[in-house]
Design a protein around this ligand. Structure first.
Ligand code: FAD
Length: 445
């Protein structure tokens, strides 16, 4: 029997606790979160704000019920402030003051924080980030009570674009500002332009190659670097996240080149008694071994399984993070997995890119929509490095197939052979994934 202390009680931390308890009835498990809530559905927050999810409770887990079900000591509103590795103790602080707790094994899943530009006005009541339940509540309450008509969204990543869709559904006019030359840096520029066209078709104003310089007029006026001026009743800062590494840095755990906590294949930090997972850690891309910081729920859940197994003396290696991601923006679905052009160029890997635009299923059967698939693969071996899929129907399936193919180490020559199931409502006798495989084979010759 041992004492397992977990810092952070949402995607990573709560899963480690639940998973560990299934196989270990003996250990004392204590879970700290500085917030009021644990195990909430972060990914659902934009949809609660937009009214698609009608009840706030649907995103929340009752901490007492969780504690009872898994026999875990849950300490909410309690921040862990220091790790004393020498004495294997942590210091935590809640409303009754500071205390220490000994551990045999420590698990860090403190997540990441939304990046706030260092500007006057970012703490104004009409300027928001979206990373926690209190953030979500603040946006929701502001919309209900102040009835804003316009919103500026700084950052065109998935949080920014999911918010655009949800705010538009409430009748709020949106302007998106991004400092790069395209939206959604996860995909290549040619693919991003499809998203940009869709945003414009939905009456979203898009300002690229520009960034927020300052606020004035009680944060209602935004001044951009270019000199452009925007008026907005509210602003959402969605300009990226930073891994929460303060505890790790203060206790001199090794930090990786991406700025996130370095871990081994069992998710152990440079101190073998301290595990780390989720948005706070750096993982390797399984195709290239190159380090990346990927902040997604799927990998956090898998890592939690690996940590719980290792705590139970079961050595299951974490196989790396492909970074498969999918999100919805109005009628469109955008999916991406593996490495894009920018990353491959950076790694100086020689690759070929092929794009295939077609219909999601047989054209004569109602409901077929355009789908655009792009793959990037090794110029010599044909090994798949990355895939991007955008369209209005059947995107999730093609993304999942390509991500699985990559994971299984298939080359593009394997794609035409995949039997994916055909009837007119779903596909064509040659599925778009088969066809892009044929095209890629030709390009390799
Ligand atoms: P978190 O879930 O963020 O949990 C960290 C917790 O640690 C927090 O509750 C924090 O309060 C607590 N904490 C931090 N420091 C301390 C401390 N010192 N003491 C005590 N507690 C501490 N991913 C997807 O795959 N798909 C999606 O659709 C998707 N949508 C998203 C939408 C939004 C708006 C956001 C913000 C994220 C979304 N994500 C999505 C990302 C996903 O939510 C994260 O990857 C995942 O939650 C990471 O889990 P984690 O345990 O590392 O961190």
């Amino acid at each position: 029997s041992k004492i397992v202390v977990i810092v952070g009680g949402v995607a990573g931390g709560a899963n480690v606790a639940a998973q560990l308890r299934r196989d270990d009835q003996e250990s004392e498990i204590i879970l700290f979160d500085k917030g009021e809530h644990i195990a909430f559905s972060t990914c659902g927050m934009p949809y609660y704000i937009g009214g698609v999810v009608d009840k706030r409770e649907h995103l929340l887990v009752n901490a007492d019920q969780f504690a009872e079900k898994y026999n875990v000591n849950v300490q909410t509103n309690t921040e862990v402030t220091f790790i004393d590795r020498g004495n294997k103790q942590i210091t935590y602080r809640n409303k009754t003051g500071k205390q220490r707790k000994s551990y045999d094994k420590l698990v860090l899943s403190p997540g990441a924080s939304a990046i706030k530009p260092d500007l006057k006005g970012t703490d104004d009541e009409r300027v928001f980030t979206l990373h926690s339940i209190p953030d979500m509540d603040a946006i929701h309450n502001f919309i209900q009570t102040k009835k804003p008509r316009t919103c500026a969204i700084i950052g065109a990543g998935f949080v920014g674009l999911e918010m655009v869709e949800n705010l538009k559904a409430l009748g709020i006019d949106c302007t998106v500002v991004d400092r790069s030359e395209q939206v959604m840096k996860l995909v290549d520029q040619d693919m991003a332009s499809i998203i940009e066209d869709h945003l414009k078709a939905k009456d979203v104003q898009l300002i690229l190659n520009d960034q927020l310089d300052s606020f004035s007029n009680n944060s209602k006026t935004l001044h951009l670097n270019s000199g452009k001026i925007l008026q907005a009743d509210m602003t959402i800062l969605a300009a990226g996240i930073r891994p929460n590494t303060k505890l790790a840095r203060d206790s001199e755990l090794e930090i990786g080149s991406t700025g996130a906590i370095k871990v081994n294949e069992y998710m152990q930090s440079s101190d073998p008694d301290i595990y780390a997972l989720g948005d706070a850690v750096q993982t390797n891309n399984p195709l290239t071994g190159s380090p990346r910081h990927v902040a997604l729920a799927g990998p956090a859940h898998r890592q939690a399984f690996v940590v719980a197994a290792h705590l139970n003396s079961d050595e299951i290696e974490y196989a790396g993070t492909l970074g498969s991601a999918i999100f919805k923006v109005f009628d469109m679905t955008v999916g991406s997995t593996g490495l894009n052009k920018a990353v491959l160029d950076h790694l100086k890997i020689g690759y070929i890119e092929i794009t295939h635009e077609t219909l999601s299923h047989a054209g004569y059967y109602p409901g077929a929509e355009n789908i655009c698939i792009k793959i990037l693969f090794d110029e010599k071996t044909g090994r798949l490095y990355g895939a991007q899929v955008i369209g209005e129907e059947g995107v999730d399936k093609r993304l999942a197939v390509l991500a699985t193919a990559m994971k299984a180490g298939l080359t593009v020559r394997g794609l035409p052979e995949l039997e994916l199931g055909y009837a007119p409502p779903y596909s064509s006798p040659k599925d778009p994934v088969n066809v892009i495989g044929y095209k890629a084979e030709k390009a390799l010759e």
